[in-house]
Ligand binder design. Structure first.
Ligand code: GLA
Length: 405
């Protein structure tokens, strides 16, 4: 009997789907909090518990922030059997994971494929399977794996002057940990998200998904200042097609609420990350968060742009002098438009004129201004006056497209 190909495909899909649904993680960009951007090397068990408490009490958990991620400097020594132990800042990792889980949250950990982490603590080289099993036994749901000492201690040492061989070693190290995490997660029934942190080297977006990478840093480290955030946002152009459900470009953790960023800059930073379908890992001091920062981090309309189930990363559509227009396609034919004044100043008498035709739209559009929380009508050539480093973010559920698109 000849089975029509389409029915065969459906039958296969039906049997494959339940398994996929159980094991697939990061179907939308991971959301949570990470200790590094604010606490750096000072982070302790107490800070992680406080962060978990705060995610719940501030409403951030309800807004979608789930992962509480311990970054570098938790590591202690290995025992005689090679098992890694936390240092004195983290008395009991299993108890900590249980505490975080009891709040309906998930917990993440950090290591490096090299012998040492970036901050010089014990890392996973030669102990990959063992560490993956330890993390799984403690109950961890997420690993950030940061290249650091692997560069000099392994890549350069083993393949001096041979860059291609060095890159192969790097890929192999992530492959090794990816497999170890999958095996460990299978045993416990708790899948572990793999976050690659190797600063975008060797077009990581091309090979990370095959190794089970769920997100990968695309650049060097973020800093809480406008120039760095703008530079990172600009470096995402061209990477749009590599991102999607289960595997995301990661422009680094959020600095919203950190440093001396102005309110406009915090808003724009968060908007860009949402337009980029970026992981939203807050990195601020949650117990001392100001109301206006909480309002940015919990804006559900903006989070919905980031978490749009279609998972299509947005793009820089066009620039007009110092104003940039970014667009993102959303599920059901909806669209997000972000207009950003990236300049440090602008004459108020010469406003920017929005060119709807350049982003494929025809005629008046009705949408929602997501930062003002109100309806907005966009028209061809309309003048827009944006303060320096500020943004207009609009969601249009039913855009009127121009025929040529
Ligand atoms: C690197 C990473 C940062 C952070 C530190 C910790 O610089 O890129 O995100 O994890 O290491 O040492």
């Amino acid at each position: 009997m000849r089975v029509p190909l389409v029915s065969l495909a459906f039958a296969l899909l039906a049997t494959a789907l339940p398994a996929l649904a159980q094991t697939q993680v990061a179907l939308t960009p991971p959301m949570g909090w990470n200790s590094w951007n604010y606490f750096a090397g000072k982070v302790s068990d107490k800070d992680i518990r406080a962060a978990a408490d705060q995610l719940v009490s501030t409403g951030m958990k309800d807004a979608g922030y789930v992962y509480v991620n311990i970054d570098d400097t938790w590591e202690g020594e290995r025992d005689a059997n090679g098992v890694i132990h936390p240092n004195s800042k983290f008395p009991d990792m299993k108890a900590l994971a249980d505490y975080v889980h009891a709040k309906g949250l998930k917990i993440g950990i950090y290591s490096s494929p090299g012998p040492k982490t970036c901050a010089g603590y014990e890392a996973s080289y030669g102990h990959e399977e063992q560490d993956a099993e330890t993390y799984a036994a403690w109950g961890f749901d997420y690993l950030k794996y940061d290249l650091c000492s692997y560069i000099d201690d392994v890549m350069v040492k083993q393949a001096p002057h041979d860059h291609a061989a060095q890159m192969r070693l790097m890929v192999a190290s992530y492959d090794k940990m990816g497999k170890a995490l999958q095996a460990a997660g299978k045993k416990t029934g708790r899948p572990i998200v793999l976050s690659l942190c190797q600063y975008g080297w060797d077009a990581v977006w091309e090979w990370a998904p095959e190794l089970g990478g769920n997100l990968w840093r695309t650049t060097g480290d973020i800093e809480p200042n406008w120039d760095r955030i703008y530079s990172i946002a600009s470096q995402q152009s061209g990477l749009e097609s590599y991102s999607g459900p289960g595997h995301w470009n990661d422009p680094d953790m959020l600095e919203v609420g950190n440093g001396k960023l102005s309110l406009a800059e915090n808003r724009t930073h968060f908007t860009w990350w949402a337009m980029l379908a970026a992981p939203l890992l807050a990195g601020n001091d949650l117990p001392n968060m100001k109301p206006e920062i909480k309002a940015i981090l919990t804006n559900k309309d903006v989070i919905a742009i980031d978490q749009d189930p279609l998972g299509k990363q947005g793009q820089h559509a066009y620039s007009d002098g110092e104003v940039e227009v970014w667009t993102r396609e959303l599920q059901g034919g909806a669209m997000a438009i972000a207009v950003v004044n990236v300049g440090s100043d602008r004459y108020a008498t010469h406003p920017f004129h929005l060119n709807l035709a350049r982003i494929g739209l025809a005629g008046e559009q009705t949408g929602k201004d997501l930062w003002a929380g109100e309806e907005i009508k966009l028209t061809q050539g309309m003048p827009l006056e944006l303060p320096s480093h500020d943004v207009l973010l609009v969601r249009i559920d039913k855009p009127a497209l121009s025929h040529s698109m």
